[in-house]
Ligand binder design. Structure first.
Ligand SMILES: [Zn+2]
Length: 266
């Protein structure tokens, strides 16, 4: 077991090194390297691919790739990276996700909620926003710091050492922990705001985000779609989304004027 002082120093160092800010200026704990997060994202994506059949619906695939490409191609160069991998999965799940390492997955069932290309762009924009805002890194870092904090407290209380065992457990679980768990409400609201911005810059109408989330909610009344279980929605979140629409509307009009007028046949 590490002496208390060293453990405390490590926690302090992580908190200092890892404190950055999100795209909306929110202070954020994110001390995992981009490389580590990319590896975690790729590993999770490989796992999902192994478990989930790919769509064979040519039209659904074309539409989803078209919308995703329109959004990711308008990202700043450092976020575009070497490009984004987009896969469409078979099945009725009303679900979509994006992972560190620039991976996007959309299930065919998303068309039960997204009724036009702008509504689909609202979903994909929201998911890409989680990645750009490093929400997975924040979640992994917070979990990690909390775990370290528990250890400091235990050590201070004279508790004896399962320290290394717990650390190893956490590191071992690190391959998947935090990548596909639900985000918290702050992160959801932030993904809404950043997502609106992303869709608008690509020339999709941000007004359509409202009916999209309403459709999600309606489906949720029957049986909560998978998307809602990982993306808790509430009134506060909808208000936050709506208050951002006038700002995004300006970006949308600018994008349209520049000729960004996606036409994805939907
Ligand atoms: Zn979300």
């Amino acid at each position: 077991m590490l002496p208390n002082r060293i453990t405390t120093l490590i926690v302090t160092a992580l908190l200092v090194i890892g404190c950055t800010s999100s795209p909306t200026g929110r202070p954020q704990l994110a001390f995992k390297s981009e490389r580590e997060m990319r590896q975690m994202g790729e590993q999770a994506f490989t796992q999902i691919k192994a478990q989930t059949p790919l769509s064979r619906d040519g039209q659904a695939i074309r539409i989803i790739l078209c919308v995703a490409e329109a959004i990711t191609s308008r990202l700043p160069a450092e976020q575009r990276g070497a490009g984004w991998e987009v896969l469409v999965f078979d099945g009725n799940a009303v679900n979509a996700f994006a992972l560190p390492g620039n991976k996007i997955g959309v299930y065919e069932g998303i068309f039960r909620a997204a009724r036009n290309q702008d509504q689909l762009a609202a979903v994909i924009g929201h998911e890409v926003a989680h990645v750009i805002a490093r929400h997975a890194n924040e979640r992994v870092s917070t979990t990690y710091a909390a775990q370290m904090g528990v250890n400091v407290a235990q050590a201070a209380a004279g508790g004896s050492g399962t320290y290394s065992g717990q650390m190893m457990g956490l590191l071992g679980a690190g391959a998947t922990v935090g990548v596909i768990l639900p985000f918290n409400r702050k992160q959801e609201s932030e993904a809404d705001v950043v997502g609106l911005d992303l869709m608008a810059r690509a020339g999709f109408d941000p007004n359509q985000a409202v009916p999209l989330w309403e459709n999600m909610g309606r489906i949720g009344n029957e049986k909560p779609p998978e998307f809602l279980s990982t993306h808790p929605s509430d009134e506060t979140r909808m208000k936050g989304l709506m208050s951002q629409i006038p700002e995004s509307k300006k970006l949308f009009e600018e994008a349209q004027a520049k000729g960004y007028q996606p036409s994805c046949g939907f």
